[in-house]
Structures are given as structure tokens and as C-alpha cells.
Design a protein around this ligand. Structure first.
Ligand SMILES: Nc1ncnc2c1ncn2[C@@H]1O[C@H](COP(=O)(O)OP(=O)(O)OP(=O)(O)O)[C@@H](O)[C@H]1O
Ligand SMILES: [Mg+2]
Length: 241
């Protein structure tokens, strides 16, 4: 239009010349850096978990009768070789699976943020739907921003969770955790599929987190700056190692 109008023709032609000389570049691929800022809820009671002769396992016992105590403010790494029963212990403590005998008491006002090691199932939700189920009051914009903040691109955000890579799926699950009020995080190998950047960011976020932490992790470089105690499952197992 400007080229056709006499009064703007010269300007438009010179702009056209400039444009013709420019190299067309590819847009840099969207590669957002994740940021995990966990929300802290209310202050729980002093006791978080207390077991009474708790024996875990499936049919056969995996542990001796356990009597331990977890207190507000503790940040603990739970370590031990594959198959020793770390995941089973967490699930028993949370009451997700029955224990063989004994019990585990939970403290007052716990707001538990649980990250499962493996999530199976036939879930066809997109990331947006997945988050919306958890936070129905969010606007579409808020859902998208929350996912982008966890390092997911627009393309991932609109895809079904089940087609994403392990690392991308972990980011979706972390997104659900960080945006909820919690006062204790129970994380089962959260770093398994994460890349270096995401791992560094998660480490930083866990260091800053004001609540308590029970973390299963096989990497000392990750947990040693984050926790103030290490619990070794090999002391509790019935297995001969
Ligand atoms: N649903 C189940 N039914 C029967 N046995 C199970 C079940 N889930 C796990 N096991 C067995 O219980 C033992 C402990 O498993 P668990 O998943 O707690 O180990 P883990 O310490 O978390 O190992 P990893 O480091 O590989 O995650 C293993 O020998 C496993 O094969
Ligand atoms: Mg496990």
C-alpha cells in the first residue's frame, strides 16, 4: 500500500531494499531454563513420621522391625542398592501400600508432596489437562506459564504427557508439586531423567525449600549439599548383602 502511494513510495522502496539485503535466519529454538520454586504451606507439628516395629514387604519381609522418627526441619537422603526396599518403605510410610506388621504414624498438619519413582497407567491427558485437573481455578494462561517455568516448550505443553520423554514427564510432575502448598517433600529418585540444567535447578530449589525433605537418590553429588542426614537402608534390610 505504501509503495503505491506517491507520498510514501520512496520510503517504502528504501525499506524494501533494506529487507532484501537481510539474511533470513532461523528462529532460535525455544529452550526454556526450568525454575522450580517450591511453595511452602503451613508449619506442621514437630513429629512428621514415627514408625512402631514397622515391617515392610510384599509377602516376604524386606525389613527388620523399624523404629525411627522424622522431625520437622530434617532433610534426609535415603540410600541403598537397587531392590533393597526404599520405594516400598516410602509407600508404606505414606499408607499407599499395607505394611506386613507394625505401623507408621503421621504427624499433625502434614502437607505431603510425593514424587513417585514410576508412574504407570493409561493416561491420555495433555500436559495442560493434567495441570488443570490439579489446579482447576487456574486460567489457561496460568497453566501454560507454570509449565513453561518448569522448562517445557509450547509444543510439549500441548502434547499428551505419555508421549513426552522421561525428563519432560518429570518436569510435568515437578510442575504439579512446586505449585502446591507443601511442608514435606517425599521424593523418589526425582533426578533420574533430568538433564544437567534441570538437576542443578532442582538442587538449588531443594536447598532453599523451607520444609522437610525425604529424598531417595543414588547420586551423592546431588544430595550431599541438600540434606543434613543420610539414612542407609542396608542397616534395615533382611537381605544378606
Ligand atoms: N508390587 C510388588 N510386588 C512384589 N514385589 C515387589 C513389588 N514392588 C517391588 N517388589 C520387590 O520388592 C523389592 C524392593 O523394591 P523397591 O522398589 O522398594 O526397591 P528400591 O530400593 O526402591 O529399588 P530401586 O533403587 O531400584 O528403586 C524388590 O526386590 C522388588 O522386586
Ligand atoms: Mg525405588
Amino acid at each position: 500500500r505504501n509503495k503505491a502511494r506517491v507520498s510514501t513510495r520512496n520510503m517504502a522502496m528504501s525499506r524494501q531494499k533494506k529487507l532484501d539485503k537481510m539474511d533470513v535466519i532461523e528462529l532460535a529454538a525455544e529452550k526454556p531454563k526450568p525454575e522450580f520454586n517450591f511453595r511452602y504451606g503451613r508449619t506442621p507439628g514437630k513429629m512428621l513420621f514415627e514408625t512402631h516395629d514397622l515391617v515392610i514387604g510384599y509377602g516376604e519381609p524386606l525389613s527388620k522391625p523399624l523404629n525411627f522418627y522424622m522431625e520437622r526441619g530434617q532433610k534426609i537422603a535415603l540410600v541403598g542398592t537397587n531392590g533393597i526396599g526404599k520405594t516400598t518403605l516410602l509407600k508404606s510410610m505414606l499408607g499407599l501400600i499395607p505394611s506386613l506388621s507394625g505401623s507408621c504414624d503421621q504427624g499433625e498438619n502434614l502437607q505431603i508432596g510425593y514424587f513417585e519413582q514410576e508412574v504407570k497407567g493409561d493416561n491420555k491427558n495433555t500436559c495442560i489437562e493434567e495441570l488443570w485437573q490439579e489446579f482447576p481455578s487456574y486460567s489457561q494462561y496460568e497453566i501454560r506459564s507454570a509449565l513453561a517455568k518448569c522448562g517445557l516448550t509450547t509444543k510439549h505443553i500441548e502434547s499428551q504427557v505419555r508421549v513426552l520423554s522421561g525428563g519432560e514427564q518429570a518436569k510435568v510432575r515437578l510442575c504439579k508439586l512446586v505449585n502446591r502448598d507443601t511442608n514435606i517433600l517425599v521424593l523418589d529418585e526425582p533426578t533420574n531423567h533430568l538433564d544437567v540444567d534441570a538437576k542443578d535447578e532442582l538442587k538449588k530449589a531443594l536447598k532453599e525449600y523451607r520444609g522437610s525433605l525425604l529424598l531417595i537418590c543414588h547420586e551423592p553429588e546431588f544430595y550431599q549439599d541438600v540434606v543434613n542426614e543420610v539414612w542407609d537402608m542396608s542397616k534395615w534390610t533382611t537381605k544378606v548383602l
